[in-house]
Design a protein around this ligand. Structure first.
Ligand SMILES: Nc1ncnc2c1ncn2[C@@H]1O[C@H](COP(=O)(O)OP(=O)(O)OP(=O)(O)O)[C@@H](O)[C@H]1O
Length: 932
């Protein structure tokens, strides 16, 4: 016979094991589910899970079934307790059942929400359940002698057994579904059409965007007419496909794509986050001990704050109990202590100290990130600046703030709040027992779940609102910026209608979003209130039963109030971190871009000795697809003026850009005084070169400062001299504030000619050794041009000069003229030589020279000048004497060519393919490549 002592010992042991299992089972499943889900997110498996599981629906309902069985068990337990007047119910069993309802309920919601979830958190939970459930079942049965098993116990055991079966079935279905899917994939691939999906699916091809998408996408661009509401519904369907992405959407899309691409490359969030370490020296004050100490003290403040947050509710309870005499404490002392704690926790206490300590650290990081990003951008090369819009770059530099925001959210808010919540949970569990702890956790979990899913649901509406907001902004800005165009075309009413439509659209969307948020907050509040009521009822029950004091009840209420802020914060944390991450990503993208034009290590400065420039077989392309320059070779001796002419887009300006090293030649080399420009330091090279660009850009500053930009230490007199040389001095003196007149953004307050002359003055002030003039006089009238020519002559005197010009009259005196066609040098020589050669240059020249005398005659006769002639006349601005002379040259040349052609054909007839004697007329220029 078994000793009853041992039986009771065994019963006790199995009872404690059962109690431990009741708590341990849901905890194990929940922790596993949380950790594995976090791992899935961090290792990007949520992104790769792109195919739904065949049996997902059945498995989902099996999860719901299990939740219901827990609920039935709980109800049975309560009914049994009522029937047997056995209160309180077994705590471990009740908490265990409640926790299981919560845990499996969350998993059921997870399966319902996601069409293609990552499965191992669910499958692992099922496996754990299959381990725990039978043990709990067996232990529960052994705890009760078989002869005294009541109907309720039998019912509960059968429910548990049914749940076990459901779990096993779900587990098996998961593997069965995966296996069949694999099999089907195998056979499917053999049966698949050779056409890509969609190619043979006309229904898909004709698929229209949803009304909401179409509504969001429809925009009324310039050149479209207003449509009625009904028409617009139809128009949406076709117009939506042509809709142009707003700059904001493009920026966000690009940053998100970049982030996803980088995430994929890195493989998981941890290595991805490591790429942000590039910002570490800008956030952590590496070499600044006092700032480091401040950071340490801030961390200390945060920990103290956690502690004080715990003490305040406790002190409140003690104070209340001291008032009712429940604890025998002196109420005056307690109220003083309470006041002291409140002061420490207030904005005038620890918070003040923390912010005071943090301000220099925050500004250090702002200072460091902004200046580093700005300097990095300025040092990037032309290819980068050409490929990005300036507003994108500026937005990215401003994104430095996002990194500080992200750190602030995570370090100073999220971590302390997590600590606060854990402490609250433990404290309430200890003070009021595990029921109260469970209520806290359950409320937090349900609140977070509801809040995050509501935010996710509002995302689309919010996106629509932001797009509408940008649209409104864009329409307003375009109307105001393009006011002149609006006024000229008398479209004020059209713009007003356009704007009012944009505003209405935005207001409607904002109202929807706002309503969504209000409802969402109301719902979240209800969840919190339910938790509070449940917790308060439990606490009242305990206070009335004498297990707790009214002071402790007060502690509970205060803690609940303290929990609301962290919960709200966590609900929105994901959204704010993702927004900051996108901003930081844009900056990271820029910071990781390396300049393509850099100094070689230890590159010496350029040793200038006269300005001998030579291009040797230079080839170049901007994008490696289209060759822009092909084997360009020429030499300019010191002091020589070399001009490039040719059709637009031929590559003339590109030659100048290569010389100034805005780009490097893809093949061949450029030498200045025998040194490859890639081997000398960039700054010494640019110091020697002065550029007057095609479209000079001035800063929104005074004329004086704009000219002085070329030589920051130039005196006022030097600036005046330069302006006199550029024939702009008198005009500047005529401005309202003379040299102190502001020129407006990019110099808009100056005329094209004034702008160019200011740019020339700037180049003159720099006194460069090599001068690059890219259409430097294209925007000035003939009279001014003659003045500028004189100024340029002075600027270029003794300096190697390269000129790009369309107006051939401006370069006819150049030492050598190069004709560029399709990126190749097809002719070179002096003006006279090229006219003699009668090639491309002579053709261009004759086009510019021929019209004017005829026009003059027409106008002299009083006949109207034809439109075509007027247009050509613009380029022919030679003085009439010179024009006549040039015309005579070209005409006589043509007559001679014709004569030589007829001679040649005659001699060809008689002497076969021998060259004609008059061959000097057909090709005379030195270095002339192409025979005419
Ligand atoms: N930053 C750039 N990126 C890509 N292609 C470019 C860039 N700048 C110029 N190009 C292309 O290179 C070709 C040559 O341009 P370039 O400005 O050198 O011509 P150009 O002869 O000076 O013309 P124009 O007389 O009109 O100034 C053109 O086809 C132009 O579209």
């Amino acid at each position: 016979m078994i000793d009853p002592y041992y039986v009771s010992l065994a019963n006790q042991a199995s009872g404690s094991a059962l109690a431990a299992l009741h708590y341990g089972y849901p905890i194990a499943v929940f922790v596993y589910y949380l950790v594995s889900s976090a791992v899935a997110v961090c290792t990007l498996q949520t992104k790769s899970a792109d195919e739904g599981h065949k049996r997902q629906n059945v498995i989902k309902w099996l999860f719901l079934f299990s939740v219901l069985t827990f609920l039935v068990q709980l109800l049975a337990l309560i009914l049994q307790g009522v029937a047997q007047r056995r209160f309180p119910l077994e705590q471990d069993l009740t908490i265990g059942l409640l926790s299981c309802i919560l845990v499996f309920g969350v998993e059921f919601a997870g399966l319902s929400d996601s069409p293609n979830p990552v499965w191992y958190p669910f499958v692992g939970s099922l496996a754990l359940a299959l381990v725990f459930e039978p043990i709990v079942c067996v232990l529960s049965l052994t705890a009760v002698p078989s002869e005294s098993l009541s109907f309720v116990e039998l019912f509960v055991t059968s429910t548990a057994a049914a749940r076990c079966l459901a779990f096993a079935l779900a587990f098996a279905l998961y593997f069965e579904g995966g296996w069949t899917a694999q099999k089907e994939r195998g056979t499917d691939s053999e049966r698949q059409s050779l056409l890509k999906p969609g190619e043979n699916d006309t229904s898909d091809a004709n698929k229209q965007p949803s009304d909401e998408e179409a509504g969001e996408q429809q925009q009324n661009g310039y050149g479209t007419t207003e449509t009625s509401e009904d028409e617009s519904a139809d128009a949406n369907k076709t117009a939506s496909t042509e809709r142009v992405e707003s700059p904001w959407e493009r920026r966000e899309r690009e940053a998100r794509e970049q982030m996803e691409k980088r995430l994929k490359e890195k493989g998981n969030w941890f290595t991805y986050a490591r790429s942000f370490m590039i910002f570490f020296p800008y956030i952590w004050p590496v070499n600044n001990r006092p700032l480091q100490i401040r950071v340490g003290l801030v961390a200390l403040c945060l920990l103290t704050m956690n502690f004080v947050n715990l003490l305040i509710p406790r002190q409140m309870g003690i104070l209340l109990d001291s008032l009712s005499g429940a604890n025998g404490e002196n109420a005056w002392v307690q109220v003083l202590l309470f006041g002291g704690l409140k002061l420490v926790a207030s904005e005038a206490g620890l918070s003040l100290l923390r912010q005071w300590l943090w301000i220099p650290v925050e500004y250090y990081s702002y200072d460091a990130i902004s200046t580093a990003a700005y300097s990095h951008v300025l040092n990037l090369s032309s290819d980068f600046h050409d490929s990005k819009s300036s507003s994108d770059i500026m937005m990215a530099i401003n994104s430095g703030q996002s990194i500080s925001n992200m750190l602030d959210s995570i370090c100073f808010r999220a971590i302390p709040m997590i600590i606060d919540m854990i402490v609250a949970f433990i404290y309430l569990s200890v003070m009021f027992g595990p029921y109260e702890g469970f209520i806290t956790i359950a409320t937090s979990v349900i609140f977070m779940y509801i809040a995050t899913s509501m935010i996710a649901r509002l995302r689309l509406a919010r996106k629509g609102e932001v797009s509408a907001w940008f649209e409104e902004h864009y329409v307003r800005q375009a109307g105001i910026q393009g006011w002149t165009t609006v006024a000229c075309f008398n479209q004020t009413e059209y713009e007003e209608r356009r704007y009012s439509k944009a505003v209405r659209n935005r207001v409607t969307k904002s109202q929807t979003v706002q309503l969504g948020y209000i409802l969402s907050y109301a719902f979240q509040f209800l969840v919190l209130l339910s938790g509070l009521l449940a917790g308060a009822h439990l606490a009242v029950y305990q206070v009335l039963g004498g297990q707790a004091t009214p002071g402790q009840f007060m502690v509970l209420l205060t803690y609940w109030a303290q929990l609301v802020a962290p919960l709200n914060f966590f609900a929105g944390l994901g959204r704010s971190v993702s927004r900051d991450l996108i901003g930081a990503e844009q900056l990271l993208d820029i910071m990781q871009t390396k300049p393509s034009i850099t100094d070689k290590e230890g590159a010496p400065p350029l040793r200038f000795s006269g300005g001998h420039v030579s291009f040797e077989n230079v080839c170049f392309s901007y994008d490696k697809k289209k060759e822009i320059l092909k084997n360009v070779s020429f030499t300019a001796t010191p002091g020589m003026t070399m001009a490039f002419v040719g059709a637009t887009g031929a590559g003339k300006s590109t030659i100048l850009k290569l010389l100034d090293r805005f780009y490097d030649a893809t093949e061949g080399a450029i030498y200045i005084d025998g040194q490859d420009i890639r081997d000398v330091s960039l700054s010494s090279l640019r110091n020697q070169i002065g550029v007057v660009p095609q479209a000079p850009v001035l800063f929104d500053d005074t004329v004086m400062n704009n000219v002085r930009y070329a030589k920051l230490d130039a005196t006022d007199d030097e600036v005046y001299e330069a302006c006199k040389a550029a024939s702009i001095h008198e005009q500047i003196l005529g401005f309202a504030d003379g040299y102190q007149t502001r020129v407006g953004e990019r110099g808009v307050k100056l005329s094209g000619g004034e702008l160019q002359r200011v740019a020339i003055a700037r180049a003159i002030l720099k006194r460069p050794a090599i001068v690059l003039l890219d259409e430097a006089t294209s925007a000035v009238d003939t009279e001014t041009e003659h003045k500028i020519q004189e100024a340029l002559r002075r600027l270029c005197e003794g300096r190697t000069t390269f000129i790009v010009a369309h107006r051939l009259s401006t370069i006819m005196n150049a030492d050598r003229i190069m004709v560029v066609t399709g990126g190749e040098l097809v002719e070179q020589g002096s003006h006279e030589e090229l006219i003699q050669a009668n090639g491309k240059y002579a053709e261009l020249w004759s086009k510019q020279i021929f019209v004017k005398p005829q026009d003059k005659q027409d106008s002299a006769d009083g006949k109207p000048i034809s439109k075509a002639r007027k247009a050509v006349n613009i380029v022919n601005d030679l003085p009439s004497e010179t024009a006549k002379l040039e015309l005579a040259k070209v005409k006589s040349k043509q007559i001679r060519i014709k004569a030589s052609e007829s001679d040649a054909s005659g001699s060809e007839d008689s002497s076969g393919s021998e060259d004609s004697e008059d061959s000097t007329d057909t090709l005379v220029t030195p270095g002339h490549k192409k025979e005419v």
